[in-house]
Design a protein around this ligand. Structure first.
Ligand code: FAD
Ligand code: DLZ
Ligand code: SF4
Length: 507
């Protein structure tokens, strides 16, 4: 009797554990199902990428000789959930067990654990660290900090290492990074891919079934197979990596991508492996193509942050997504769904998200995330938003970034301080403020940048929790030195701003 080999939409890797465990007469099961396509209202570009990439991956498997039972969304026999498809295929092929690679979400792991058929869920070894390795590392520590975990991963992989020492003598070169970008910064655009026949068919389907979801389906020019994803990687290494470090935190109105790699959609679906991407960056440094602070900064995002986030998600368990350490309860305002806002930075970050299903890290953290945190938005709603609107969003990576790093809703597990800033930081790192109807230098009054008002309001609301935090305590000293009438005006203006936002006014 054959086994069924389940490959999920973000497991499109030819060397994935379940495929390695398959026998030649086993049946590969892949299914486009409504349960996955609608557990949140994903950006249409994300659904299109996943379905097109799944169809092409299935064709590649067939070319390699595998028998693939593939369910398209419109298949009349489609049961529309992964469990239903496995049971249907098990009956059809008289199959014995299911072998799969551990899913990236507790919801699916739970579903697969409780099916009335035996399911072997194999560890997903596309990641650098195993669950046990992360747990062991975490068990020994009072505080979990990415930097220490990252060093362990550098030692483990030997990436940018010379014996047991970091290349160049330092583990982290961030002090050479964080430059604002010049508006005329020139760099070649990442390769774009015109839809082929398979992708076009998927685009028609997605338009028909998910056209009302937030986000523009067209133009769609992402790569949808490994060959295309490799082109994006090569182009990034060749043209953008060298300046990735210095301009990593910069934001420009007319350039949503800057020197970022736009590789997360491909790494997260499995078309590229994190280890080959890191190796390519390390090789580019070794061959003298790129500077060390860029190679190190880039590798740290994947080997450090990406692995650390996954570790936290699986360490903390399914209830992590409902944490709300700061007790925030305000509703996510309509501006997150494209409603008009006078805040130019938010208008751009949301508009670009709607159009590209992409925003880079600092836009996610210091514009949309910063505002939600300062305004006291319910973190569960913020989490739902990030999961819906980005092409690379999967819960294992999105939730620790949102609940943890961005909203401090886990009480400081992921980050040692809340990522909050006034308009000053946004002005320093972007060109948004000069096109804004608020004034970034105004601290009170009608024209005052809302980030200026809400920054202080947030810090004072949460004074008990943060005033002794060494990374933020200086701000309290500044507040305490302020004139009383200025303090009163800031808090009154902040309250009025939040009331007007809550009442549905355009702010
Ligand atoms: P680059 O800037 O080129 O970075 C290279 C790679 O590093 C990325 O492709 C990604 O694989 C990895 N990386 C960088 N930062 C992180 C990070 N903090 N966590 C994990 N991996 C990282 N990333 C996702 O992949 N999926 C998400 O759903 C997601 N949600 C986020 C939500 C919030 C609130 C925040 C603040 C960040 C989120 N990130 C998420 C992390 C980061 O913003 C994206 O990985 C990055 O913007 C992807 O674009 P890029 O490929 O051009 O990245
Ligand atoms: C995100 C997604 C979507 C939109 N659709 C499918 C699908 O139809 N079939 C499938 O196998 N996987 C899909 N996925 C990816 C899963 O939701 C993903 O495997 C889990 O969220 C775990 O990361
Ligand atoms: Fe954003 Fe304030 Fe700058 Fe306007 S002035 S773009 S609201 S930071």
């Amino acid at each position: 009797m054959p086994n069924l080999i389940l490959i999920l939409g973000d497991q499109l890797s030819h060397d994935i554990a379940a495929l390695r465990a398959a026998a030649p007469d086993d049946i590969i099961v892949m299914a486009e199902v409504m349960a996955e396509a609608s557990y949140v209202r994903h950006h249409p570009k994300k659904i299109a990428l996943i379905f097109a990439a799944m169809r092409k991956f299935a064709a590649e498997l067939r070319d390699k000789g595998w028998q693939v039972a593939y369910t398209e969304l419109d298949d009349p026999a489609n049961s529309h959930n992964i469990g239903g498809e496995l049971l249907r295929r098990a009956a059809e092929y008289n199959a014995q067990d299911v072998i799969t690679t551990e899913a990236g979400e507790w919801r699916l792991i739970d579903l697969l654990t409780h099916l009335p058929i035996k399911v072997r869920q194999l560890p997903d070894d596309r990641f650098f660290a195993t669950h046990v390795e992360f747990q062991d590392w975490a068990n020994d520590r009072k505080e979990l900090r990415m930097e220490w975990f990252y060093r362990q991963m550098r030692r483990k992989t030997g990436l940018l290492m010379e014996d047991d020492q970091p290349l160049g003598g330092q583990w982290n070169y961030d002090h050479d990074n964080r430059k604002p970008a010049a508006p005329d910064l020139f760099h070649p655009q990442s390769p774009r891919f015109a839809p082929d026949a398979i992708t076009q068919k998927v685009l028609d389907l997605v338009q028909d079934r998910f056209g009302d979801n937030f986000g523009d389906l067209l133009p769609f020019d992402f790569a949808t197979d490994r060959k295309g994803a490799l082109k994006v990687l090569d182009h990034f290494i060749e043209h953008s990596l060298d300046l990735f470090g210095p301009y990593q935190d910069a934001m420009l109105t007319d350039d949503p991508f800057l020197h970022h790699s736009i590789l997360s959609p491909y790494i997260n679906t499995g078309l590229l492996s994190p280890s080959e991407v890191c190796q390519a960056a390390a090789d580019a440094y070794q061959s003298g193509k790129v500077r060390l602070n860029s190679a190190e900064g880039f590798i740290r995002q994947i080997l450090g942050w990406r692995e650390f986030m996954r570790g936290i998600y699986f360490l903390e368990g399914p209830e992590y997504t409902s944490r709300n350490a700061l007790g925030h309860s305000r509703d996510l305002p309509p501006l997150y769904w494209g409603a008009e806002t006078r805040m130019n930075c938010l208008s751009h970050a949301v508009g670009q998200t709607q159009h590209h299903a992409y925003a880079h890290h600092i836009q996610r953290l210091m514009i949309t995330g910063n505002f939600a945190l300062l305004a006291g938005i319910d973190p569960a709603q913020v989490h739902g938003w990030y999961l819906e609107v980005y092409i690379d969003a999967y819960e294992w990576v999105e939730a620790p970034n949102t609940i943890g790093m961005s909203q401090f809703a886990d009480g400081g597990l992921v980050g040692s301080k809340p990522y909050v800033s006034s308009g000053n930081y946004i002005n320093k790192m972007s060109d948004y403020c000069k096109g804004c109807s608020y004034s970034v230098t105004a601290k009170t009054g009608d024209k005052a940048c809302p980030f200026n008002l809400l920054y202080w309001d947030f810090l004072i609301r949460h004074r008990d929790r943060f005033q002794n935090n060494p990374r933020i305590s200086r701000a309290y000293v500044t507040w305490d030195r302020m004139q009383d009438d200025k303090k009163t005006a800031i808090r009154a203006d902040a309250a009025q701003f939040l009331d007007r936002m809550q009442a549905g006014e355009t702010v």
